[in-house]
Ligand binder design. Structure first.
Ligand code: TPP
Length: 364
């Protein structure tokens, strides 16, 4: 028998609707309602400005370590748009934009990232999961949710987002396989932002596109310009529709770039060049979307300034409310571990508080 080829259909579709200067491909434009487009713009700007504000607060010692998302606003807002409130959203830790859209308040996110338990309560009326810090661990759980939706005969879908680094975790491969086999209504959104902390994509993946991962497990997969909010919205809508029709999961590789440090505890200058960052600045998702909105006559410079000023004011007021609430409560280190605190831990807590009182009395 001669050697033959076996066609596994390995073709990755690539979707981009806005070009780098913000001009839309008219045939692909999802033609979203004007009010929706303006809301998307506001949330993208809010996401960026919240990020900037939180970095300043972190530098002033008012905020804990957190993962900024500048540059990834289009992935966030474009992908969350097609979700209904009863759908499930399982976020990574770099998902402020989508969380704000789902109803998380600014106050809550500030408290959460400053370490106050009040920030962890989930918003009412949406099916959101807590974000995952343990890389990739939330992805199998999201598939479990999808399988349970099928079991109950529902038509909700699950959106789960994770990074390029997470895609190398065994958990994610297992999750993809289960989802494909059980036709779970899950949208796997892999935000390929170029780096897993200091490790560039090329050094941790043998594939040219992460969309190959989805294809490898037998699900429709595509590669999307993650700095193009219209492409993100269109691609996710298609995947959501497929999942709702009970046709199973989709894998979306959103190609984007993390413009800031990995977290506020990181210095990216050590492992990447300014030149690389400058190249991505030209593809800024907000700038491109604003050009599009202006070309459609939906927004002008004065309108953008007005939205920006409203957001700044909203953030200033939220920061003041946060400052009034963010009173350190060191005794909480001992709380929340047990429903009923064991005596051994209670004794440690008493001892710690007594030491603290003494240190304060001595002015230490
Ligand atoms: C299981 C696990 N291993 C390692 C870490 C430490 N860690 C935190 S973020 C990160 C990189 C994740 O990169 P990626 O998935 O690309 O997401 P990004 O941070 O770029 O959004 C690592 C290794 C962790 N939190 N969990």
């Amino acid at each position: 028998m001669p050697r033959k080829t076996f066609d596994i259909g390995l073709v990755v579709e690539e979707l981009s609707i806005l070009d780098e200067s913000g001009r839309a491909d008219a045939a692909l434009d999802p033609k979203l309602p004007e009010a929706t487009l303006l809301k998307m713009h506001r949330f993208m700007l809010l996401t960026r400005k919240l990020d900037e504000r939180m970095i300043m607060m972190q530098r002033q010692g008012q905020m804990g370590t957190f993962a900024p998302g500048r540059g990834q606003e289009a992935v966030q807002i474009g992908s969350i748009l097609p979700l209904r409130s009863e759908d499930w959203y399982s976020p990574s830790y770099r998902s402020f934009g989508a969380q704000l859209w789902r109803g998380w308040t600014i106050d809550q996110l500030l408290l959460l990232w400053a370490g106050y338990f009040e920030g962890f309560g989930l918003p009412e009326g949406v099916n959101d999961m807590p974000m995952s810090i343990v890389i990739g661990s939330h992805v199998p759980v999201a598939v479990g949710l999808g399988m349970s939706i099928n079991y109950r005969g529902g038509d909700q879908v699950v959106l789960v987002n994770f990074g390029d680094g997470a895609s190398s975790e065994g958990d994610v491969s297992e999750a993809l396989n289960f989802a494909a086999v059980y036709k779970a209504p899950v949208i796997f959104l892999c935000e390929n932002n170029g780096y897993a902390i200091s490790v560039p994509f090329q050094k941790q993946c043998g594939v040219r596109s992460l969309a190959q991962r989805g294809i490898g497990f037998g699900m429709p997969s595509l590669r999307v310009d993650g700095n193009d909010v219209l492409a993100m919205a269109a691609a996710t809508q298609e995947a959501v529709d497929r999942a709702r029709r009970h046709e199973g999961p989709t894998f979306i590789e959103a190609v984007t770039f993390r413009m800031e440090m990995h977290t506020t505890a990181d210095d990216p200058k050590v492992y990447r060049s300014d030149e690389e960052v400058r190249r991505w600045e030209k593809k800024d998702p907000i700038m491109r979307f604003e050009t599009y909105l202006k070309s459609r006559g939906l927004l002008n410079d004065a309108g953008i300034d007005r939205v920006a000023a409203e957001i700044e004011e909203e953030l200033r007021v939220a920061r003041d409310r946060f400052a009034a609430r963010a009173v350190q409560r060191p005794e909480e280190v001992f709380d929340f571990h047990y429903a009923v605190m064991p005596e051994e831990l209670a004794a440690q807590k008493r001892e710690y508080l007594a030491d603290l009182q003494q240190a304060l009395a001595e002015g230490k």
